[in-house]
Design a protein around this ligand. Structure first.
Ligand SMILES: [Zn+2]
Length: 467
């Protein structure tokens, strides 16, 4: 932690100790830090029952970094990642960008700028005890958290699409807290508990954060991210927005995507959007909103290419292409919220895909695959495993074969992990055989993929009774 030099330190803990300011001002108590007597070359002052000290006391005594901006009349105090901004004669401080009221502001007394010491010390986590008989202030550093909570997820990437969307990618498990909508300037704050940043992102940090200015967006003027808290780790991401700005948040496995838009463009009364200052929780779908969560799982990906087709293309390419087409179609549905287990060439494990769908309490899960066998084998199959999925399998299969127009190999059961260990109605399709020239040619044809995606979406809507 900080180094504590034995100069001086003083806290304004005297609300109950001094009945009269005039009297209190004459008392110069002794100051102790962690049991050691501190000395100061400048006596502290007591104003409005608060102790105020020269800035030097903050830096030399406490080891905090402090600077003074004479134009803005603002002092900035930094302790590690935490930043306090104090403005002259203003009793609202900014603590890590959050407005916090304090009893006594920074003030100029006899030409000296004096800082409220208790406020600063307490914001940075000191414990303070007043011994009235002895007229002594005892301050202690709080013991370090002995069992630091391990991060369960790592943010690996931010990408801005050049217009109005930002995608945050992560590894492991990352959940967002309820976002905060704040004014002056207008911003939306997301905190991700038990989350840190990848080393490549951390290496970009300047003064504990990365700031990105956005100039070509109608709704977003910039964003920044930092590690708001360490042990337990909390990653914080702040989006600076315009006056007429709402957003939707889409969670796919491994990423959060924020689309900013005019408030008037926000979809319906869905649970995915925020109209300031109404705040909803985009991660845990609230009950009874009428929004149905659908998870689309493009099979394989990344290090797992799946089956190799007779056309020398991989199964993972087909599954992602159809998955993304379904995503586009389902995003037009006001009563459905679509989530993908992957949107790029990545490999979430089967367990991660299952947990993702279960954590969302999704209403439907559909895994996209294509088959392989001897070159003569052709046809479309749909699989389910649990009883609660058989009706879905029947409906999906009916629509799917109408799109592929190849041999109907029927609805089957198999204990595939993603349809076995999920809890909601879940099916896995094998759209055709990549090892068959005719099937493979159809499966990699863009128009055919669109037909398949459209048919699958029609099946989903029929099952969910969405018109
Ligand atoms: Zn497969």
């Amino acid at each position: 932690m900080k180094k504590f030099v034995s100069i001086m330190l003083f806290m304004s803990v005297f609300f109950t100790m001094f009945t009269a300011v005039g009297h209190a001002a004459e008392v110069v108590p002794k100051l102790y830090l962690n049991g050691l007597l501190l000395k100061s070359e400048v006596a502290p002052q007591i104003v409005n029952n608060s102790t105020i000290v020269p800035m030097r006391t903050i830096s030399d005594g406490l080891g905090y970094q402090i600077s003074w901006d004479n134009t803005a009349k603002t002092a900035t105090v930094i302790n590690g990642k935490d930043v306090i901004k104090l403005k002259l004669n203003d009793n609202k401080a900014l603590v890590n960008d959050q407005s916090v009221l304090m009893d006594t502001p920074i003030m100029v007394v006899k030409g000296k700028t004096l800082v409220p010491l208790r406020f600063v010390g307490e914001q940075f986590g000191l414990n303070v005890e007043w011994k009235n008989t002895e007229k002594e202030v005892h301050m202690y550093e709080k013991p370090a958290v002995s069992i630091p909570e391990e991060s369960s997820g790592t943010i690996t990437d931010f990408s801005f699409d050049g217009a109005n969307s930002v995608t945050i990618r992560y590894e492991g498990t990352v959940k967002t807290n309820k976002p905060m909508y704040l004014e002056n300037p207008k911003r939306i704050v997301f905190d991700f508990p038990a989350t840190n940043y990848s080393s490549s992102l951390s290496s970009l940090f300047l003064n504990g954060q990365v700031e990105v200015s956005v100039t070509d967006s109608t709704y977003l003027t910039g964003y920044r991210y930092s590690l708001y808290s360490k042990s337990p780790d909390i990653a914080r991401v702040v989006f600076l927005i315009g006056d007429d700005t709402g957003y939707t948040l889409t969670e796919n496995l491994g990423e959060f995507r924020l689309d900013f838009m005019s408030l008037s463009e926000l979809p319906g009364d869905g649970d995915t959007s925020v109209k300031p200052p109404v705040i909803t929780d985009p991660v845990t779908p609230p009950a009874n909103t009428g929004i149905l969560n659908v998870v689309i799982d493009p099979g394989h990906g990344g290090s797992d290419p799946g089956a190799k087709s007779i056309l020398n293309r991989w199964e993972k390419e087909f599954t992602l292409s159809v998955g993304l087409k379904m995503k586009t179609l389902l995003e037009k549905e006001s009563k459905i919220k679509v989530h993908l287990t992957r949107t790029g060439d990545t490999y979430p494990t089967l367990e991660e895909r299952v947990q993702f769908a279960n954590a969302l309490k999704a209403d439907l899960f559909l895994s996209i695959h294509a088959n392989s066998a001897a070159a003569t084998v052709s046809g479309t199959e749909t699989y389910y495993y649990r009883d609660n999925s058989s009706a879905l399998a029947g409906i999906i299969h009916k629509h799917l074969i109408s799109a592929t127009k190849i041999k109907d190999r029927g609805v089957k059961t198999a204990a595939y992990k993603v349809i076995k260990d999920t809890t909601m109605p879940a099916v896995l399709i094998e759209a055709g055989f990549l090892t068959n020239t005719s099937d493979a040619t159809m499966l990699y044809n863009d128009a055919s993929q669109t037909k398949i995606a459209t048919a699958l979406v029609a099946g989903i809507k029929e099952f969910l009774k969405v018109n």
